[in-house]
Ligand binder design. Structure first.
Ligand code: NAD
Length: 324
C-alpha cells in the first residue's frame, strides 16, 4: 500500500519512517511549507507539494497520514475520507468534539478506516502497568497519578503557543494520559482542572487535573510545558493490595537554567525498548486494514479523549468542576 504524508514536521517524519518500516511506500509528501515537503519527499523518493488536496486524492494513494496542527485535522480527515482513503490521524483527533463527530460520520459514510494516534496505549511501560493491573497485582485500584511533560514544544510557526490551535498542554499533551486512564479504568464522571497558561515573560503551561471515574477511582494528572528542557513521564497506581509505578526520570535532585537545551520542534518521548511504540501503533493500524483484528484505538476513543481534555479546559476557565 502507498502512503501520502500530510504535514512533514516532527510527526510527519516519524510516521513516514514507521510506514516504510512496515513495508509501505511513501509516494507523496505535502506541507504548506514547501521546504519541509521537499526534504521529506527527497528522503523517500516521493513527490512533494505544498497543496494537500491533490496529494490525498491521488489514485496511487491508499493511506493518508495527517500530521498537521490540530485545527486542520477535521477538514483533512474529511477530505481524505471523501477520496476513499484510509486515514492515520495524529492525536488530538480534532480541536472540538463536534469536529470529531462529523469526521467519524464522513469516514463511516465513505467506508474508510480511521485511526487516531494515541500512541501511549502502545508504550511498553504503560502496557506493563496495565498487565499488572489486569493480573490483580494492586487489587482494587483506588488512585492513579500520571505525569507528563517537559519543555514547551516549538512547532512550525510556533503553533503550539496559540491556544486556539493547540489547546496548550492540556489538550495536546495531557490528552495521552486522559485517554490512557479511560482505556484502563473506564468512563470519567467529573473533572476539575487548574492551569497556568502564562505567555509573559516566559511561555509556561502547567496543568493539573483531578478526575473521578464512574468506577470510583480518583485520578490526578499533571501536564507540563514549563520545564527548561527534556521530557518526563510518571505513573503510579495504588490499590487495595499494593502499588505499581514507573518513573522515566528516577534521578537524585537536579536543577537547570532556562535556555540551556531548549526544545527544537516537539519532544517525542523516547523509549528504551527495541520496538518503537510508534511502530506498534502502525502494525495495529495495518492489522486492522488487512482485516486481522480490531484496532486498540477507535475513532470514538479519539473523540472521548478530546471531550475529556475540552472539559478540563472549560473547568480551568470557569474554575469549577465539569460533569462529563
Ligand atoms: N503522538 C505523539 O507523540 C505526538 C507528538 C507531537 C505532536 N503530535 C501531534 O502531531 C500533530 C503535528 O505535530 P508536529 O509536532 O509534527 O508539528 P510540526 O509543527 O512539527 O509539523 C506540522 C507541519 O504541518 C504543516 N502544516 C500546517 N498546516 C498544514 C496544512 N493545512 N496542510 C499541510 N501541511 C500543513 C506545517 O508547515 C508543519 O511542517 C499535532 O496534532 C500534534 O498534536 C503527536
Amino acid at each position: 500500500m502507498n502512503v501520502a504524508i500530510i504535514g512533514c514536521g516532527v510527526m510527519g517524519k516519524m510516521h513516514a519512517e514507521m510506514a516504510v518500516r512496515c513495508g509501505l511506500k511513501v509516494v507523496v509528501c505535502a506541507d504548506n511549507f514547501q521546504k519541509a515537503a521537499n526534504e521529506l519527499a527527497q528522503k523517500y523518493g516521493a513527490d512533494s507539494t505544498n497543496n494537500s488536496q491533490p496529494a490525498l486524492s491521488r489514485d496511487d494513494v491508499d493511506i493518508v497520514v495527517i500530521a498537521t496542527p490540530t485545527t486542520t485535522h477535521a477538514a483533512l480527515v474529511q477530505a481524505a475520507a471523501k477520496e476513499g482513503k484510509h486515514i492515520f490521524c495524529e492525536k488530538p483527533f480534532c480541536r472540538t468534539v463536534a469536529e470529531c463527530k462529523s469526521s467519524i460520520d464522513v469516514a463511516k459514510e465513505h467506508g474508510v478506516k480511521l485511526f487516531i494516534g494515541h500512541v501511549v496505549r502502545y508504550f511498553q511501560e504503560f502496557e506493563a502497568v496495565r498487565a499488572q493491573l489486569q493480573q490483580g497485582v494492586v487489587g482494587e485500584p483506588g488512585f492513579a497519578h500520571l505525569y507528563r511533560g517537559g519543555a514547551y514544544p516549538a512547532g512550525q510557526d510556533n503553533w503550539f503557543q496559540n491556544y486556539k490551535l493547540s489547546g496548550g498542554v492540556t489538550l495536546d499533551c495531557m490528552i495521552h494520559d486522559l485517554d490512557w486512564i479511560r482505556f484502563v479504568f473506564g468512563e470519567p464522571e467529573r473533572i476539575f482542572c487548574q492551569a497556568l497558561q502564562r505567555s509573559n515573560p516566559e511561555t509556561l503551561d502547567y496543568s493539573q487535573v483531578t478526575m473521578r471515574m464512574k468506577s470510583g477511582l480518583i485520578a490526578k494528572v499533571i501536564g507540563t510545558w514549563a520545564h527548561p528542557s527534556g521530557f518526563h513521564v510518571k505513573i503510579e497506581v495504588c490499590g487495595s493490595k499494593g502499588m505499581v509505578q514507573f518513573d522515566s526520570n528516577d534521578v537524585p535532585l537536579t536543577s537547570e537554567r532556562r535556555g540551556e537545551g531548549a526544545a527544537v520542534g516537539t519532544i517525542v518521548p523516547s523509549s528504551p525498548v527495541l520496538k518503537s511504540p510508534y511502530l506498534l501503533e502502525w502494525e495495529d493500524f495495518l492489522g486492522w486494514l488487512e482485516g486481522r483484528h480490531e484496532p486498540r484505538v477507535t475513532p470514538e476513543d479519539g473523540l472521548h479523549a478530546v471531550a475529556m481534555a475540552t472539559a478540563a479546559l472549560k473547568s480551568a476557565e470557569t474554575k469549577a468542576p465539569v460533569t462529563l
